[in-house]
Design a protein around this ligand. Sequence first.
Ligand code: ADP
Length: 397
Amino acid sequence: MKILVINAGSSSIKYQLFEMPQSVVLARGIVERVGQPDAVLSHTGNDSNIRRPVQAGSHQEGISVILQALADPQTGTVEDIRQISAVGHRVVHGGEEFTDSIRIDSHVQESIRRVADLAPLHNPPNLTGIQAARQALPDAVQVACFDTAFHTSLSPAAYLYGLPYEIYEKYRVRRYGFHGISHRYVARRAAVLMNRDKYDVNLITCHLGNGSSITAVKNGKSADTSMGLTPLEGLLMGTRCGDLDPAILFYLSGKGYSIDQLNDLCNKKSGLLGVSGVSNDMRNLMELAEKGNRRAKLAIDIFCYRIRKYIGAYTAALGSLDGVIFTGGIGENCPSVREGVCSDLTQIGIQIDSDRNRAAQPKERLISSEKSRVKVYVIATNEEAAIAADTYSLAQA
Ligand code: ADP
């Protein structure tokens, strides 16, 4: 069965075509600068790599560009786009309603629209992607996979803020958490690697990329997670500040910052970029720190320190810990961050093996020492494969 996975953002549409159930990627690509006159398609598949300007003034046009590329007689992968049996869509926010991936009908589409208020930057482009795919492939099963769904198992003690309860009742202000497709994927892979039932493991999963979050997984279910109402809370990120005393915002507002400026400051100008003053990219910061750049080193130190703090807190929240997983661009590729996070944690049973940690392959590997009570793994995330798997099982149901 051919399944197309679509991740529609505000100005780009990423896609991968899978052959299921083998989970083989037949083609992949991205349409960038959607909505602008200079949109570009990059497409890989059928032994060819293409990069060319395309007409994608809207998401609708962007989706037709993708379908044309997939069915191109020379460089395409399918003879006819009707061979695509199902489409899996990444949707950032599913609110409290969507506890799992779901087949999309008009009712589901309407519910995604209703929660868009909680994710104004993400859900609207996700929805336009859904609309466009439903129109272009009316016979294909359409499935929505939510970044929040894995975290709907949080207890009220973990998801409620200390605000008046009416704020939750009236406005649904609570912790939702994000990156759930990735946290769930690596947690399931870890259970396989540990030869344990997926509902019989307590894990801490660290998704460390440009956006970063950490999740406590108790008996295979998300029990707590660092991102909150929005992806701003928690760890230090590429450009987001993460945890903050909320009174800082009132204080800065008194100094003349407007709401929009504060929003911009916390989301786009803080984090690794804000602290270092030079870059949000961990690779650059590593190089600079090695050359003696003090603020680059400071940004990395804060990044690692906060992850350590969460690991301590989540170990207590879980009661007992079987494994820690590192994933995401930084989690998978940056041994010194893993070392910075895990050094001197023997008292909670975590001890990484320096050689294993420095090895670059395979994509899934144990990096803890034989003596470590807690197993530490690097597991490359694969959100697209997870979406394809959910879409496949719902399309068959
Ligand atoms: P996103 O959240 O945008 O999906 P990624 O998961 O791709 O981000 O992670 C991007 C981050 O991963 C960047 O900070 C980048 O510098 C970092 N990264 C990628 N490869 C390496 C590497 N080899 N060493 C250190 N950091 C890396």
